[in-house]
Structure formats: structure tokens, C-alpha cells
Design a protein. Structure first.
Length: 202
């Protein structure tokens, strides 16, 4: 499992090393993103789960996490506010199944851009693709994840190196598992940090 989060809050004495981070990563929507290096070093098999926490009030389409199969094509990604699917306030995932599969969900009573912390998870295997939002299963396909991750960079908060659409909001605890989280596993992962707003406060 790989995990990416802001650990700068531990300085200078590493005194909080056994606690959850209380500072998220803030992105200004104009130039900030994280390059994780080659996509084929991030996702290496045909079974994977990707989880991320996010907070935003923006309405534009954003990629929270993007793993590439080429410079212009997605291997697996997590996104929000896709106008081609359910629009502003929706969550989704794109998974390469030759062709792509689009998993999507929109809850009018709990929009993803309502300024609260939310958890988004996709699991992908040789037989099933599943999307979870705030610990609940919200979409699923009976299909295969065909991992074709390339040497192109994976990104947090950006689609590609040539994109000019940068995420605007806060992200934390991107976790990548080399196995499929179960429904119960997603729920445990989603609630393991307790009340996210109480932990982060920002």
C-alpha cells in the first residue's frame, strides 16, 4: 500500500508521529499539483483500490488522482464535477477496461462540493469495478480492469502535464492498495480517522 499525505505538521520534533495528520494539502486552483512519478511504478497489477479525502466548493471538473495509460489517456482516476456525466456536485472514477468505464454518482443531499470533507474510493479487479462515496457503495460494473499504466506521470490534482485545470480545494490521505477493499474494508477505511473535520479542522 502507498499513502501520500502532508507530514510537515510533524516538524520539528516529530512529536505527533503516532497521530493522524491535522493539516491537509491545499491546492489553489491555478498552478499547484503533485507529480507522483511514472504511472507504472504506482499501479503494477490488475487489482487495485484507490482512496482519497477531499474538500472543495468548486464546480469545475477536477481530477483528484490520475494514473495514466498514455499522456492523454487514463488508466484509472478519481474525479469530481464531470459535466459529461452527472455534472457539478458529482463524483466519479474512470477505469480502463478496453474501452474506458465511467463510474459515477450524485447525491443532491450530500454534494461533493458542499465544503465538507468527503471520501472517494474506487476498487478495480479482473471481474468488478466499484465506486464508493463516504463509505457507501454507489456504482458498480461487472467488468475487468485492464492495467496498461505507462511511464507517463501520475498526478494528484491534475489530469496531465499539459493540462491547465488545477484542483481547487484540499486533499489528504491518498491511499493505493494492491488489493480490492471489501465493502466493509472501505467503510473501515472511511471511518478509521474518525470525524475528518474534527481531525483536520481545516
Amino acid at each position: 500500500m502507498a499513502e501520500f499525505y502532508n507530514d510537515q505538521w510533524r516538524l520539528p520534533n516529530n512529536e505527533n508521529k503516532d497521530k493522524s495528520s491535522n493539516y491537509s494539502m491545499s491546492f489553489d486552483g491555478s498552478s499547484q499539483y503533485i507529480d507522483l512519478g511514472p504511472s507504472n511504478s504506482i499501479i503494477t497489477g490488475n487489482t487495485v483500490s484507490v482512496s482519497i479525502w477531499f474538500k472543495t466548493t468548486a464546480t469545475a471538473r477536477y481530477y483528484l488522482f490520475q494514473n495514466k495509460r498514455s499522456s492523454i489517456s487514463t488508466n484509472i482516476s478519481l474525479e469530481i464535477n464531470n459535466p459529461s456525466t452527472l455534472g457539478s456536485g458529482s463524483v466519479g472514477a474512470v477505469v480502463w477496461s478496453n474501452p474506458h468505464r465511467f463510474l459515477q454518482y450524485r447525491d443532491n443531499s450530500n454534494l461533493c462540493n458542499n465544503g465538507n470533507w468527503h471520501n472517494l474510493v474506487v476498487t478495480a479487479t479482473a471481474s468488478k469495478l466499484t465506486l464508493y462515496y463516504d463509505g457507501e457503495k454507489v456504482d458498480e460494473f461487472t467488468d475487468s480492469f485492464v492495467n496498461e499504466s505507462s511511464s507517463d506521470s501520475s498526478f494528484i490534482g491534475l489530469f496531465s502535464s499539459t493540462s491547465t485545470v488545477y484542483f481547487n480545494g484540499k486533499l489528504d490521505h491518498l491511499s493505493i492498495f494492491d488489493y480490492a477493499l471489501s465493502d466493509g474494508g472501505v467503510s473501515v477505511n472511511q471511518t478509521a480517522g474518525g470525524q475528518i473535520s474534527d481531525l483536520y479542522g481545516n
